[in-house]
Design a protein around this ligand. Sequence first.
Ligand code: FES
Length: 915
Amino acid sequence: MSGGLSMTVNGNAVCIDDAGSSRLSVVLRDKLGFTGTKVGCDAGDCGACTVLIDGKIACSCLVAAGQVAGSEITTVEGLSANGSLSDLQNSFLAYGAAQCGICTPGMLVNAKALLDSNPNPSRAEVQDALGGVLCRCTGYAKIIDAVMGAAQTPRLATNLQGGLGDRIRHVDGPPKVTGEAVFSADEIPDGSVWVKVIRSPYHHGSFVVGDKQAFLDAHAGLLAVFDASDVPGRNNHGVIPPFADQPVFAEGIARHKGEAVAAVAGEREAIAQLDPADFPIEWSELEPALTPDAAMKNDAPTVHESRPGNVLVRGLVRCGDVEAGMTQAVHNVSGRFSTPFIEHAYIEPEAGYARRVGNGIEVFGCTQAAYMDRDGLAEIMNLDPDAVRVMPSACGGGFGSKLDISWQPYVAIAAWLLDRPAAIAFTRCESMQSTTKRHPSQIEVAVGCDAEGRITAMRFSGTFNTGTYASWGPTVANRVPVHASGPYHIENYCADSLAVHTHCAPSGAFRGFGVPQSAVAQECLFDELADKVGLDRLEFRLKNALDNGLPTVTGQVFESGVGIRPCLEVLQAHWQEASTAAEAFNRNAAQSGAPLRRGVGVGTCWYGCGNTSLPNPSTIRIGVTKDGTVVLHQGAIDIGQGSNTVMAQIASEVLGVPAADIEIVGPDTAVTPDGGKTSASRQTFVSGKATQRSAEALRAAILRRANVSETADISFRHGKIAVSEAGTETEIDLANLPVNAHGYVQMAEETYDPPTKPLDENGQGIPYAVFGYGAQMVELTVDTRLGTVKLEKITAAHDVGRAINPMLVEGQIEGGIAQGIGLALMEEFIPGRTENLHDYLIPTIGDVPPIESIIVEVADGEGPFGAKGLGEHVLIPTAPGILNAIRDATGAMVRDLPATPDRVLKAIREARNDG
Ligand code: FES
């Protein structure tokens, strides 16, 4: 061992050879197996790799292993003692502080350092201490609560017994706080080759690949180069098959910066040393069109020959007579708004591996859509879908982008052709360059109302930069016109949308599918219109709110379950109090000459759960083993939102089994039926309904077997099911029952597909079976000299129909609000410029104000136990609420996001000049 690097890790002495110049994060993960230390950026921006070095926090990606010789290192794995969780870890579970869990190790290690030196920190001290770790899921609120909770009154996270409506902890939580959860880069098979993608340096360019063999000969350890000619099947994929247009490898022309043109496979060290600039390729840069305006010019370069004018698709919803409604209006407002590309910025970059198994291929890694990946990969690999097995890892955040295939084909092709396991891990830069983004939007809206403030007409026109490939562009273009009215009753309405191809990375799905962008324009103009009428802004919304029995803009009428009015009503008292406080604050500020102004704003949302007018089924299987264990095969991928817990609670409610006793078989195309993709706020609603039906079918089968009525009670015991009715108990001895092909003595499998109807040429029809609703109130302070905005508080009322688990509901609300804050105030992805997490800013723990969540339950007749979806809804009202509060504070409306200080100042100056 002499000459090796010696240190102590989690109390154990270790000695490693050849580690000196390696990053400490690499040594910990790859040489010592402490994969609880996560790598999110390799640049010290995200803090996921934080460890303690001699008791002090450090980003292990920034420390050369040689620097810590003789030191004591503590990783997340070192926080538990003798197999027991620490108070801090238990507190994270109890408060629901770990959603996807990828940031959790870094958070825990930072929190431990804080608590070691300051056992009773204040809220501000917790925020300071954790300021270096980014979380994209939680909005930080429950993390702060958990750290303070651990410090003050340690509480054990044992609540797994509750049924529907109880705040039980995540059933899959413990491995996330111990570091044992297996994310996409955590379990690469020994002996894997590694794959590096060669990408376009230009937004638009033609290329010719040079001598591949000479390149391989010149680089020891490199084994193969793959390009379009090596794709076994179709060099083409896409999440909406009729629009599939994205090549695995570009062929001769690259259409966006970062597009894959080839891939190199080799031994791990050789790939780690590979400089992509050495790859033999000749480029000719071509003129790009980076915006819809540029792409729609007559002489614009064509992105796809098959799509004239670079138009991907148009959407339309029209009802009533807009011209007549506008003529009838006494008050009118109109305006143009724009939003930029938004990067998903999940903390886990894409990674995974594939291996060839006979004539099939297995793929393990992060995804939101196992079966869609399977079917897409089958086309690419020219295999039957059954020959492709997709095994999702724990997913370190997705928010829509991990619905699309990205890393998967490169490892599948390498593993297939080299017949060795093949692994890949995107760098942060690759992830940001090449994966989908939120669509930038340019939106024009006009709204009119009568003298009393009833809306008489609304016209909406939105142009969306859909980037190079279709991805979810058609979905955004179709969803936006349905939602652009907001949750309001508008009889005369016309909304059109246009998705335009440019030479940017593809725009795709991102929490809200275009609705957050349209809500900015609609909600901000509603404030201006309310002011013109002289109505209180909340009152204006109540006056126009959609209600049971009133048609939506697509002509759909809900007889029950419309929840926007209760959401607004529950905010009324808060609104009065906040408005009064803001007036007092502003009076004092004006008297003292202070430049600060307080404002209060409101934003609302509605959101249709699931696909727009398309089939959207989920299938759930529940079985009982010979020993009486209830096994839930739930393929609804849990990306941190809590679908494992929600499905367990629903099954628990029907079957009377504690959620803790239900064994969950997670998504895997070989062992779980298709739970559909995790998107569009569909899992609690759609997969939850399938779970309810499956559990009910299982219960019914058990009752039939016992020959008792539907009202009998059942309970599961070791090897038996006890059935009792009218004081008589009988037992079903499971040992005597035959086992089916899935290994169960009793089993049910049910599918649920929400009832929708296609939209006609005017967009009239039934696009969704269920909508969820929400309203958020923002209180903030603007420094009118600097243009800076300080968020004081956000009060969020969301109608979820029935809160299956209120703690998870709050977690979704808090996390969505944090992303809404990013959209409003700081986030802007600029292709080619903001390709890392220090140039692209997302909210830190210090950027998110206190959030008060108010759960509204207006039961829906369709959802499981009345539940509606929530995940997408929660960020929609935040940005317009912030913009409306800025306007309330200053009189200035920022119409181009993000509302950075320079834009706020410009808007204030323009408003003063107008005034
Ligand atoms: Fe923090 Fe997902 S829980 S990034």
